[in-house]
Design a protein around this ligand. Structure first.
Ligand code: SF4
Length: 734
């Protein structure tokens, strides 16, 4: 029977019995959508919905946010602390006090035997900012190890490094409202529809109104590339060459903004000398984009009234990640596209609070974008915390990617992992597995007891998740938004803030910082410390943040006292009247010679391996792998392969293949698609024991971020398809 419009069955929305909606902010990606959690009469979370009055998402949520309330009682959540003496033994449950006593004693034993820095701490981009600040205080002010970092080194370190090198400080200068003013947009290695669906919607809505050209630079025909006006399928890892060539054209044709360059930058001559070497003909042979296209895009960008660049992991996860970010900043400085409406360098961050950890965790320095290398800033924080400034190291210690090799060499003996899962997320995971097994002592603090790293832990601490606690996140556009508590922590799990505070009591120092218990009090302490800094949040408090559905920083005490309401959106850094964070207030133009150090395909490993995300899953699937509606759309790992390559190898759609690199192998299902060229494959990075068994992860020299997207592999059809299917299905469910 054919149904006409009038005969269609009406969609019935199930009444979930929501009694109350509680305001929060999504705990997955850095878009920062305002979300409400619906709780029923028993106080159980039963629904999620977007907040219509919130500027970021204007009522919308993606497929992850819509089902976020389901994660509170999802399988694998930790109930109680678990302890064991040896990792080949089973765990026993313990109480919190005993867990803290043992943990503090082990940290002190290791530090006494091997030195203060022999105990390392690696955290995440998932905690609330108050928790990051408190962990930083505990690490820098009490435990005193300098080997402390966050897993944000795997996703955003190159953006941080590039911003610091160009502008003198971290801090994305643009905002989502820039989409509504721009005349040209280049997206470098950023697949918005799958990675940041709501930012994509903001961008698309603006583009439909104003018809600005969208140029996508990506080796793969991503969902964003499919809707682009121009797609530049660049050779992996060569973005710096393309950027240099674009600047070559701009300077050669006199399209630069001389007034802006003279008033705001240093280093123009050195940059000009370097980019002279990158004429479009020479560059095209390296980056794979033809000379005419390079010229067209360069002219279009330079001639646009306002032009903006966004990027994600396609730039950051490269051996030239930091240089790629500096190259984008160079392009925008040379064309005068910083600090104006629609003109910006906007890194699209990964995790919900990667920005919060950058601002306040003290991982790479001290709170509020202060540097360990600066004696006045060390003194300022030591006085504020009531400790001796000599307790602080005088320079930053190891990053996460250098901590693991230091465990291999025996320099580090103990490790505390907080809400991160390196057995799935780090490159060359077989090596990480061996490395974790070498530790004298490993603590895993996570909301899920079944996270893969607990296999090697001596102590597991169950942490509350997302809206089981209270505090703030900062999103990609520097908007601080609040997570209100919607439900009690699962089982006997506790907020990370409580865990840090309680652990601090088990260390014996006489001179210790205070550890406030309430998240709002911790926020007020950070606000006090932020006064006069780039990241000034002194005009904000928890209630004001909720009332405004998030506030972009800076928002100062003086603005609040003047009664100046926070702007709903559109706050930028380095606007015409502002200055950069270098002492002379100028940004740096930095020449970027290209060094070709990637692993590249050869006769034995003839395909590029590219990795990335799918929309349904978040990072290592610790959360989304447990949620039916997220997991059922992407339950097993797969590999995109071009139909021509598949034909040559005798592979048909849906067959299982073995993908092999110099590090290891992985079994995946083949999906035939023109999204990848014949010399490339793509495998999502979410699955355990999968693509990161293959990746090399060579490090960027500035940011220490791994190059996940440039490895070489070969592909073999598996003879025993039934066994392969069985193995793959085993990975489907936790
Ligand atoms: Fe959450 Fe990001 Fe989806 Fe928004 S776009 S609902 S922040 S996962």
């Amino acid at each position: 029977m054919i149904f006409g419009r009038g005969q269609k069955k009406k969609i019935k929305i199930v009444d979930k019995g929501v009694e109350k909606w509680i305001y929060s902010t999504c705990g997955y990606c850095s878009t920062g959508c305002a979300i409400e959690v619906g709780v029923n009469a028993e106080g159980k979370p039963v629904a999620s919905r977007g907040v219509s009055g919130a500027d970021v998402n204007r009522g919308k949520l993606c497929v992850k946010g819509i089902f976020e309330h389901e994660l509170f009682e999802s399988s694998g959540r930790g109930d109680n602390p678990l302890i064991r003496e040896h990792t080949h033994e089973g765990y026993s449950e313990t109480d919190w006090d005993s867990a803290f006593k043992t943990m503090a004693a082990e940290i002190l034993r290791i530090q006494k035997t091997w030195g203060r820095d022999s105990f390392a701490i690696v955290s995440t981009g998932q905690l609330l900012t108050e928790e990051f600040y408190t962990l930083g205080k505990l690490t820098r002010g009490v435990i005193g190890t300098n080997n402390y970092d966050g897993n944000t080194t795997l996703c955003m370190a190159s953006a941080v490094s590039g911003y610091k090198r160009s502008f003198g400080s971290d801090g994305p200068p643009g905002c989502y409202e820039d989409f509504e003013h721009t005349d040209a947009l280049i997206a470098f290695g950023s697949n918005l529809p799958e990675q940041h669906p709501i930012i994509y919607w903001r961008m698309k809505e603006a583009q439909e109104k104003r018809k600005f050209p969208l140029i996508v630079v990506d080796p793969r025909v991503t969902a964003l590339a499919q809707s682009a006006d121009m797609h530049l399928p660049i050779t992996p890892g060569t973005d710096v060459v393309l950027l240099n060539a674009m600047m070559h054209v701009i300077l050669d044709e006199g399209l630069e903004d001389r007034d802006y360059i003279q008033a705001n930058t240093n280093g123009f001559e050195q940059l000009e000398n370097e980019v002279q070497k990158y004429d479009p003909v020479t560059a095209s042979k390296i980056c794979g984009i033809d000379e005419d296209t390079i010229r067209t895009v360069a002219r279009l960008y330079a001639k646009a009234g306002s032009a903006m660049s966004i990027w994600t992991m396609g730039i950051n996860q490269s051996t030239h990640g930091s240089d790629g970010v500096v190259g984008i900043n160079n392009l925008n400085l040379v064309t005068g596209n910083i600090g104006k409406q629609g003109g910006t360098s906007l890194s699209i961050t990964g995790q919900c609070n990667a920005m919060g950890t950058r601002e306040w965790s003290s991982c790479s320095g001290l709170p509020g974008y202060r540097y360990l290398e600066n004696p006045e800033e060390r003194e300022e924080i030591a006085n504020f915390w009531g400790i001796d400034s000599e307790f602080f190291p005088k320079q930053r210690g190891l990053t996460e990617t250098d901590i693991f090799p230091a465990i291999e060499t025996g320099e580090i003996k103990g490790l505390w992992l907080v809400a991160t899962n390196p057995m799935t997320s780090m490159a060359n995971t077989a090596r990480i597995r061996k490395t974790l097994a070498k530790l004298e002592y490993l603590v895993v603090q996570d909301s899920y007891a079944d996270v893969e790293t607990t296999q090697y832990a001596h102590l597991y601490l169950p942490a509350a998740t997302w809206a089981e606690k209270e505090g703030v996140f900062t999103n990609t556009e520097r908007r601080v938004n609040i997570v209100r508590q919607a439900t009690q922590p699962h089982g006997n799990s506790k907020s990370d803030l409580w865990i840090f505070n309680e652990l601090s009591k088990h260390f014996p120092q006489a001179k210790k910082p205070e550890f406030p218990e309430a998240p709002a009090e911790v926020f007020n302490e950070m606000a006090e410390l932020s006064k006069g800094r780039l990241v000034d949040i002194s005009g904000m408090d928890h209630d004001k943040i909720e009332q405004n559905r998030g506030i972009q920083w800076p928002y100062t005490e003086a603005q609040a006292e003047r009664g100046e309401a926070p702007k709903p959106g559109g706050k930028r850094l380095y606007t015409e009247d502002g200055t950069f964070s270098y002492a002379d207030g100028r940004a740096k133009l930095i020449p970027l010679p290209f060094i070709d150090n990637n692993e590249v395909p050869d006769d034995d490993f003839p395909y590029w391996l590219n990795t990335g995300r799918v929309v349904e899953h978040f990072h290592t699937r610790t959360k989304t792998g447990k949620l039916g509606n997220n997991n059922k759309y992407s339950p097993i790992p797969y590999m995109e392969i071009n139909p021509d390559a598949a034909h040559e190898l005798g592979i048909r759609q849906g067959e299982y293949v073995r993908c092999v690199s110099r590090r290891g192998d992985a079994v995946v299902m083949a999906q035939l698609t023109q999204r990848v060229p014949p010399n490339m494959t793509f495998i999502p990075f979410h699955y355990h024991d999968c693509v990161n068994r293959l990746t090399l992860g060579l490090l960027d020299p500035h940011s220490r971020q791994p190059a996940y997207k440039q490895s070489a592999v070969r592909i073999e059809l598996l003879a025993d398809q039934k066994a392969a299917a069985k193995m793959s299905m085993k990975r489907r469910d936790f």
